[in-house]
Design a protein. Structure first.
Lengths: 220, 302
């Protein structure tokens, strides 16, 4: 039996976590406030659309996904006070006006014949940008000091990936003609342009800057 | 997307047929059997009823479409009311509505509604599979959209009173009856599913009870209005005495589960009285129609 008093390393040989991270407390809180705002907008949209889509399977998926994004917003809501933001509403904001315009355009389609546009906006534009912003955050924040955020990001990313797959399969099943494909592409391009203006879920720097000089990406 | 969505525009595929409450109750395949001699003293939905299979299928279809509307209603509440503190949305709403109103709701209330949307989506999944199991199909019976109408109020608290307390309360009664039906009929599949849905419904009614009390804590007038609205919806759904303590009603009043969901004894008694009164009204109406028919027969014979 090993001697229990023999000194061991505080970090096991397989634990390669590091202290440095790209975000300080303030920057982390700012991003999380943006995430919470965007998740709220998404669950509001999904909930609102349930009554507007005639396809029964889509209707049920939207209801299911509505809750998942509400839960994500709750996770971020609970994280904010832990980042010294005692008034979570203060940071529950869009990163800029362009993001507000993006959400307005995303939620424009209402008619029963516009299920393709509704799904494309969510599953081909909004959710892929969530996945990107969350992945960047997870991979760049301090693995030790910001472990609670990383834990939430793991849960949230799992949901986002599952929902992305669900949504993409629904879209593919609805695209029956070349005209359908053209509609989907046109709407995606319009929204993607608006997201470009917004700079991503947390504004410019949502996924860092791969063109910055140096060895690693920066947020600017 | 508009803030409030009209019931006439609920999106459905071509299998669905929407009708009014009155039209649905007139469908001889649902509600109380109407021909004299056909009905026993008890109309409670039990396997020994001669029309039990058809009545159970009709009720299951009613549950199915009710769950769709409950899903839609919960989703709309997530969308129609902004979260307290959402200044960007408030500016949008004010610009869109042209009036400076503040109909914000607590963030946690919206989270509860999103949770309910997921629960209702599962209930749609469950009831569509149960309908198939029971031998019916989507669209075999008509859909009346009165449930979603109760979710169209522009006051979120009225929605909670009408949908979560009145209609989800009715769902507690319906699921309890169906669970018992499954038990008596020796159908563990039906009993199992109804039991799970019943647990969710108790949660939804409790959400409604809790939020009604919390949000109107310092606004007795609003609470009174909400409870009055709940009373109207309760009465509407007691139409024809379909649900009451009497064995003459197909669906019983699930007193114990209603208590768990936050109803006071007084509130349960009120619902019991309204339901019995509705049953008596229906019986009087049926008696009057039968009497008129006899008069016509006598005249024709004479």
């Amino acid at each position: 039996m090993a001697d229990p008093y023999q000194p061991r390393s505080p970090f096991a040989p397989w634990d390669r976590r590091e202290l440095p991270g790209m975000f300080d407390v303030e920057e982390s809180a700012r991003r999380i406030g943006n995430y919470k705002w965007a998740e709220i907008k998404l669950f509001e949209a999904l909930g609102g659309w349930v009554a507007t889509v005639p396809e029964l399977d889509v209707k049920m998926r939207l209801g299911t996904h509505c809750y998942k994004h509400a839960w994500h917003s709750e996770l971020w809501h609970k994280r904010l006070p832990e980042l010294r933001e005692m008034n979570p509403d203060r940071l529950t904001q869009p990163p800029n006006d362009a993001m507000v315009h993006f959400v307005e355009a995303l939620t424009e389609p209402e008619a029963a014949e516009q299920t393709i546009e509704k799904l494309v906006g969510v599953y081909r534009v909004f959710i892929p940008h969530f996945v990107a912003a969350y992945t960047f955050h997870k991979n760049n924040t301090s693995q030790i000091t910001d472990a609670p955020t990383i834990r939430s990001l793991h849960f949230v990313l799992q949901d986002e990936m599952d929902d992305w797959r669900d949504g993409e399969m629904l879209i593919q099943s609805l695209l029956r003609t070349p005209d359908d494909v053209a509609r989907a592409s046109a709407h995606q391009a319009r929204l993607e342009q608006m997201m470009l203006d917004a700079g991503g879920i947390a504004g410019p720097g949502s996924i860092g800057n791969p063109y910055a000089a140096g060895n690693g990406a920066t947020t600017h | 997307m508009r803030k409030f969505f009209p019931v006439e525009e609920l999106a459905r595929d071509e299998r669905f047929n929407q009708v009014t409450m009155k039209e649905r109750m007139a469908d001889p395949r649902s509600g109380l059997p109407s021909a004299p001699g056909e009905r026993s003293r008890s109309n409670r939905l039990v396997p020994s009823r001669p029309d039990a299979s058809q009545a159970a299928r009709a009720l299951m279809h009613g549950i199915f479409v009710g769950e769709i509307q409950a899903l839609e209603g919960a989703g709309r509440t997530c969308h129609d009311f902004r979260t307290a503190g959402d200044s960007a949305r408030r500016a949008q709403d004010d610009a869109h509505d042209g009036v400076d109103t503040d109909d914000a709701v607590p963030f946690a209330l919206k989270l509860d509604m999103a949770r309910q949307a997921w629960d209702e989506a599962r209930h749609v999944e469950i009831s569509v599979k149960l309908s198939d199991w029971m031998g019916s199909e989507i669209g075999e019976f008509a859909e009346n959209t009165v449930l979603f109408q109760a979710a169209c109020s522009t006051d979120p608290i009225l929605r909670l009173a009408g949908v979560n307390r009145a209609l989800e309360g009715l769902a507690i009664d319906v699921f309890t009856t169906m669970k018992e039906f499954g038990d008596l009929a020796g159908d563990p599949f039906l009993e199992f599913c109804e039991d799970w849905m019943l647990a969710d419904e108790v949660t939804h009614v409790k959400m409604g009870s809790d939020w009604l009390r919390r949000v109107t804590e310092h606004d007795p007038e609003r609470r009174k209005k909400a409870l009055e609205f709940q009373g109207v919806v309760d009465k509407l759904f007691s139409y024809g005495g379909t649900r009451s303590d009497s064995q003459e009603s197909p669906i019983g009043l699930a007193r114990r589960f209603r208590e768990l969901a936050g109803f006071s004894d007084h509130e349960v008694e009120e619902i019991a009285e309204v339901s019995l009164a509705a049953l008596e009204e229906r019986k009087a109406a049926v008696a009057a129609m039968q009497s008129a028919a006899r008069d016509v027969e006598q005249l024709a014979g004479g």
